[in-house]
Write a protein that binds this ligand. Structure first.
Ligand code: NAI
Ligand code: MG
Length: 497
């Protein structure tokens, strides 16, 4: 026996090949017991509060403010003051410096923010660490670069800021959506009142500390927390010149009605029901990874999620088989464990919405598959789910589920794929998997979706504009396009959307 063989002989063989726990430390985050609203560079004592929790454990994390219309007004007037008395007048290169500082501080504090994001929102640390944080910093870096080049971005149009921007964001990518909204607004010379979603206020509140570190002048960014009532007060406020909203289509429509005729600018980024289309010449294993990433990334709480899988009939069986096999390897559980693939559902309300739609799918006749997995007892959880035998008319093929639930349909020809993909009130994103470049172009031309991914899915870059058609909203975020809603041009008046 060689030395090596003898050594191997003595090495104990594990009884079970399971991942050992790999918990990220919570110690990098220090939470206050209670948070106010960040107004004019100071903390305003809130008149009402509620408790924000960890959706993975239902553990209370902190008390945060539920801003009243008066408190919203205080934030709006702080933003107005800052706009008129300084921010819009300082040299653009100075504005850029602040944005660069914010970007660098986010990088420096990335671990702290990633842990907080996973704690308050339930998303796997792997994703908040590798996706949310790098992209949030990238957005600030990217728009920092534009701040002193607006004249070149929009030649001969004399771009001017709009004024005070009211920004209402959702809970699926709290810090990233904050960055998508704040970075272009500041680059263009506006000031901001931001309202994070009620279930995930903590990263926005920690961001106020980044603003302090960056020495951003008081009032340039104000943060008020609270639920839809706070959002509605911000929309109604007369001191606001522009509203940017990301969230549900129903609330988006209500905001549009509210703003009609007011002259306030509006951009809406609403839901989606994206088709992820797999042709029979696609690299199947790669496509299966793309399907997994398309729908189980961030528990499916993604507006552009590939929630409708369209598979060419000739490869239906191998795709479904590979997909089910891959599903059994997804690790569901503690968001702060570095091995976790699928974390907690963001809230009880969202879990109920997912359950209700999944039940409707079963009742309408679709066949459900969930891999065997043990879900934690406390907290809000939903197993990764696949539906086969889905008809186009079923609710699970029409409505946004916003959870880890995939509906599979089939098609025979490219024409049929386009028709089925476009048969939805939404139009945010789509995916095409094929070896043929010509087919990618042919499909991309016909798909009514703001983003079409080819042989990939859920890829984001600050330089690439993002936004929808139809009920997915209007206006673009990201890229040079993302600056436009935050500016007015020579001779033009602000216009509603
Ligand atoms: P929501 O649209 O109610 O919430 C999004 C944001 O809007 C939150 O900050 C909320 O406080 C605020 N808000 C709520 N009512 C408002 C009002 N009347 N005026 C102004 N602001 C208001 O979305 P919710 O209830 O959290 O989720 C419902 C569904 O919406 C989800 O199941 C999903 O389908 C969709 N959704 C889509 C998102 C996207 O990224 N496009 C993000 C969040 C939800
Ligand atoms: Mg709602």
């Amino acid at each position: 026996m060689t030395e090596l063989e003898r050594k191997q002989d003595r090495t104990p063989v594990p009884k079970e090949w399971a991942y050992a726990p790999a918990p990220e430390s919570r110690d990098v985050v220090t939470l206050d017991d209670r948070y106010g609203h960040y107004v004019g560079g100071k903390w305003l004592e809130p008149s009402e509060t509620y408790t924000t929790i960890s959706p993975a454990t239902e553990e209370p994390l902190a008390e945060v403010g539920q801003a009243t219309p008066e408190e919203v007004e205080a934030a709006v007037s702080a933003a107005r003051d800052a706009f008129e008395n300084g921010w819009s007048g300082i040299p653009a290169a100075e504005r850029a410096k602040y944005l660069f500082r914010i970007a660098r501080i986010l990088q420096e504090r990335a671990r702290e923010f990633a842990v907080l994001e996973s704690l308050n929102g339930g998303k796997p640390i792997k994703e908040s660490r590798d996706v949310d944080l790098p992209l949030a910093a990238a957005h600030f870096f990217y728009y920092a670069g534009w701040a002193d080049k607006l004249e070149y971005a929009f030649p001969n149009r004399r771009p001017q800021p709009v004024g005070v921007a009211g920004q209402i964001i959702p809970w699926n990518f709290p810090l990233l959506m904050l960055s998508w909204k704040i970075a272009p607004a500041l680059a263009a010379g506006n000031t901001v009142v931001l309202k994070p979603a009620e279930t995930t206020p903590l990263s926005a509140l920690l961001f106020a500390d980044v603003l302090r570190q960056a020495e951003l002048p008081p009032g340039v960014v104000n943060i008020v927390t609270g639920d839809g009532r706070t959002g509605a007060a911000l929309v109604k406020s007369e001191g606001v010149d522009k509203i940017a909203f990301t969230g549900s289509t129903d609330v988006g429509k209500a905001i549009q009605r509210e703003l009609a005729g007011t002259g306030k600018k509006l951009t809406l980024e609403l839901g989606g029901k994206a088709a992820n289309i797999i042709f029979d010449d696609a690299a199947l294993d790669q496509a299966v990874e793309g399907i997994i990433n398309g729908i189980y990334f961030n528990q499916g709480h993604v507006c552009c999620a590939g929630s409708r899988l369209l598979v060419q009939e000739s490869i239906y069986e191998p795709v479904v088989e590979k997909l089910k096999r891959r599903l059994t390897t997804l690790r569901v559980g503690d968001p702060l464990d570095k091995n976790t693939d699928v974390g907690a559902i963001n809230s009880k309300e969202q879990l109920e919405r997912i359950r209700e739609l999944v039940e409707s799918g079963e009742q309408e006749g679709a066949e459900i598959y969930q891999p065997p997995c043990r879900l934690p007892e406390k907290g809000y959880w939903f197993a990764p789910t696949v539906f086969t035998n889905v008809a186009q008319s079923y609710r699970i093929a029409q409505e946004e589920i916003f959870g880890p639930v995939l509906s599979i349909l089939t098609f025979r020809t490219p024409e049929e794929a386009v028709e089925k993909a476009n048969n939805t009130p939404y139009g945010l994103s789509a995916g095409v998997w094929t070896e043929k470049g010509s087919r990618i172009l042919w499909m991309a031309e016909r798909l009514r979706a703001g983003v079409v991914w080819a042989n990939t899915f859920n890829r984001f870059d600050p330089s690439s504009p993002f936004g929808g058609y139809k009920e997915s909203g209007f206006g673009r975020e990201g890229g040079r396009h993302g600056l436009e809603p935050y500016m007015q041009f020579d001779g033009s008046q602000p216009s509603g959307g």
